[in-house]
Ligand binder design. Structure first.
Ligand code: ZN
Length: 143
């Protein structure tokens, strides 16, 4: 299969996603259809990037759900023939998950919270967002 493109029975899968009662069921189906898409699941962003948590909180408040977890996934281009993958991503997002590319983030080896990688931190810095003085793969408090 190409990079997470719609399988031939994509329409049926979308209907199945809509019919599943829990987010756990949807996660199981996602793991079955696109086994390596979800790479890591974490509970929090590093406290060094508090505004990432604030943005996530606001997004959840807007749709009226509680924050669930951060999902780091292998592929985040939902254009063209990726309607099934997009449906999974949207369904998780509507359940309070924050979907991010595993190619943009790392996990703190001490506490397991999510940290932007160096290229992404530089982009945030250029945008004037609050970032640590020096990039690290660990939280400030975990050093
Ligand atoms: Zn940490």
């Amino acid at each position: 299969m190409g990079e997470y493109i719609d399988p031939p029975n994509g329409h049926d899968i979308i209907e199945e996603i809509k019919s599943l009662p829990t987010v756990g069921d949807i996660k199981n189906l996602s793991d079955k259809i696109f086994p390596d898409w979800i790479v890591l699941i974490a509970d929090e962003y590093s406290t060094d990037y508090q505004w990432l948590t604030e943005n996530w909180k606001r997004a959840c408040e807007k749709i009226g759900v509680n924050r669930a977890q951060i999902m780091l996934v292998n592929y985040t281009n939902f254009e063209d023939n990726h309607t099934v993958l997009k449906m999974f991503a949207e369904t998780f997002t509507r359940s309070g998950f924050n979907i991010r590319s595993v190619h943009d983030y790392v996990i703190c080896s001490k506490c397991g919270s999510v940290i932007p990688n160096l290229p992404l931190m530089n982009i945030f810095m250029e945008k004037g967002l609050s970032v640590p003085k020096k990039w690290s793969s660990k939280c400030n408090v975990c050093e």
